[in-house]
Design a protein around this ligand. Structure first.
Ligand code: AMP
Ligand code: GLY
Length: 420
C-alpha cells in the first residue's frame, strides 16, 4: 500500500515513523514533511492547502491512502474534495470538521444534546458583548469563533482586559469576526482525550496531558505545546465511562443527524472538575505533541487501523497498547513563541539513540545538503517510554543534553504533576 501524509510537524513525523513499521506499506509520501520524514519517506514539496496540485500528484502516483495531519485543510474540505476524486482519505468531512473550525457550531451541538460545557453567550457586535459582561463575576473567557491556531482565546480578569479582547477580536486580529463567544471560567485540570472513528464505530485512542505555557511552572505565553505525557493522570474507568456517555456518544450521534458520519481522529479537550468532564473544545485531528507521546505506545498496526476506518470495518479489529508511561519534551528555538532565528544548524543529531523506547520526531526542521537547520519554533520532539514517568523524563533529558544545542531551550518540568 502507498500512503501519503499531509503536514510537516512533529505529529506528522510520528505518524510517518509509526506507519513505517507496518509491513502493509510499500512507500510513504509526505506533503511537504520535514528533515525527519525525509529520512524514512519521500518529501514532496507541495502546499498542503493547494488541493488541486495534491490530487494530481496522488492520482499520478496511485497513492492508496491519504492521511491528513493538520486542521486547516480538514476545515477547508480536503476530505470531501479527495473523495469526489475517488481518493481514500483518513479524516473528517468539511461539515464534521466544523467541530474545530467553529466553536459556535460545537457549542450549539452541546446545547442541543445537553453535553456538559462552560455556560456561554454568543454575540455579533461590541456593544452587545460588553453589555452582557456588565456585572460579570470575573474571570471571563472570551473566544474568537475562527480557527486562530490556539491564539484566539482570552482569559480576562477584569473589565479592562475583556474590553481589549472584544476590541481585538472584532477589529479583525484573527480575521473577519462575525461572532464572539463569552464563557464562564471552569476551574479544574485539563486533559486531552482521543478517539478514532470509522463513522459507525469508534474506539478510544489514548489520553494525554499537554503543557501549553512556554516556561516552567506553567508560566509565560501560550504555545503550540512544550511537552506532554500519556496516559493522563486523571483517567480512570469511571471517568472514561462518563466522557463517552456524556460527551463523545452524543456528539457522534449528533453529527450523524447532520448526515455526516465522523471518520478520523477526534480530540476532546476536557476540563475535569471534581471528577466530572466538561468539554472545552474539539479538535478534528491528533494533538501535537500528544500524538508523539501516544503513538509510541501503540502495539497494533496503525496502517491496518487507519485503513479499516476508511473501509468502515473498525469493529472488526482490536487496538492494543503497551502498558507503559510515555513522555515527550519539545526542544524549541530560543525566542519561541515570539521571534526566533531560522536557518541555524542543529548539531549532533546523528548520534542520538533511537529504538523502540526512545524516539526523536522532527517538527520545525529542514535538511539542506547534509545539515539539519531550524525551520520553525518547535524544532524537535524527544519521547521516551518507560515503566514510570520519572525514568521516561530522565532518559529524554539525557538525550537532549547530548544534542547540546546552544540556540535551543526546553521545559525541564514536563510531567511535574505526575513526578514528585
Ligand atoms: P481552546 O482553544 O478553546 O481550547 O482554549 C485554549 C485554552 O484556554 C484551553 O486549553 C484552556 O486552558 C483555556 N480555556 C478555554 N476555555 C476555558 C474555560 N471555559 N474555562 C477555563 N479555561 C478555559
Ligand atoms: N497540543 C494542542 C493541540 O494540538 O491543539
Amino acid at each position: 500500500m502507498k500512503v501519503g501524509i499531509v503536514g510537516s510537524g512533529g505529529r506528522e513525523h510520528a505518524l510517518c515513523a509509526i506507519l513505517k513499521k507496518s509491513n502493509k506499506i510499500s512507500e510513504i509520501f509526505c506533503f511537504p514533511g520535514n528533515a525527519g520524514t525525509s529520512t524514512i519517506a519521500q518529501n514532496i514539496n507541495l502546499d498542503p492547502n493547494n488541493f488541486e496540485d495534491l490530487k494530481n500528484f496522488i492520482l499520478k502516483q496511485k497513492i492508496d491512502l491519504m492521511i491528513i495531519g493538520p486542521e486547516k485543510p480538514l476545515v477547508e474540505g480536503i476530505v470531501d474534495f479527495f473523495e469526489e476524486h475517488n481518493i481514500k482519505v483518513f479524516g473528517p468531512s468539511k461539515v464534521a470538521a466544523q467541530l474545530e473550525g467553529s466553536k459556535i457550531f460545537t457549542k450549539k451541538i452541546c446545547q442541543k444534546y445537553k453535553i456538559p460545557t462552560a455556560k456561554f453567550g454568543i454575540f455579533q457586535n461590541k456593544i452587545d458583548t460588553k453589555k452582557y459582561l456588565e456585572g460579570w463575576n470575573y474571570p471571563a473567557v472570551i473566544k474568537a469563533d475562527n480557527l486562530a491556531s490556539g491564539k484566539g482565546v482570552y482569559i480576562c480578569n477584569n473589565q479592562k482586559e475583556s474590553d481589549t479582547a472584544i476590541n481585538e477580536i472584532f477589529d479583525g486580529k484573527f480575521g473577519k469576526a462575525k461572532n464572539i463567544l463569552i464563557e464562564e471560567f471552569l476551574e479544574g485540570e485539563e486533559m486531552s482525550f482521543f478517539i478514532i472513528s470509522d463513522g459507525k464505530t469508534f474506539k478510544c485512542f489514548g489520553t494525554a496531558q499537554d503543557h501549553k505555557r512556554v516556561f516552567e511552572g506553567d508560566k509565560g505565553k501560550n504555545t503550540g505545546g512544550m511537552g506532554a505525557y500519556s496516559p493522563s493522570r486523571l483517567i480512570s474507568k469511571e471517568l472514561e465511562k462518563k466522557i463517552l456517555k456524556k460527551i463523545i456518544k452524543p456528539t457522534i450521534s449528533g453529527l450523524s443527524e447532520l448526515n455526516s458520519n465522523y471518520k478520523g481522529f477526534l480530540y476532546a479537550g476536557l476540563m475535569i472538575v471534581d471528577n466530572e468532564p466538561y468539554l472545552i473544545e474539539y479538535n478534528v485531528r491528533m494533538g501535537d505533541p500528544e500524538c508523539q507521546t501516544i503513538l509510541p505506545r501503540l502495539k497494533s498496526d496503525l496502517a491496518v487501523i487507519m485503513n479499516s476506518c476508511c473501509n468502515g470495518t473498525l469493529d472488526k479489529i482490536t487496538i492494543e497498547w503497551e502498558d507503559k508511561k510515555s513522555l515527550c519534551v519539545v526542544l524549541c528555538a530560543k525566542g519561541y513563541p515570539d521571534t526566533f532565528k531560522k536557518g541555524t544548524e542543529i548539531p549532533n543529531l546523528d548520534n542520538i539513540l533511537i529504538n523502540s523506547d526512545n524516539h526523536l520526531f522532527h517538527a520545525g526542521t529542514k535538511k539542506v545538503i547534509n545539515k539539519i537547520i531550524v525551520n520553525g519554533g518547535r524544532v524537535l520532539n524527544f519521547v521516551s517510554i518507560s515503566d514510570d514517568f520519572l525514568s521516561a523524563r530522565e532518559k529524554v533529558h539525557k538525550i537532549i543534553e547530548k544534542v547540546n544545542w546552544t540556540d535551543g531551550f526546553y521545559r525541564k518540568d514536563i510531567g511535574y504533576k505526575v513526578i514528585d
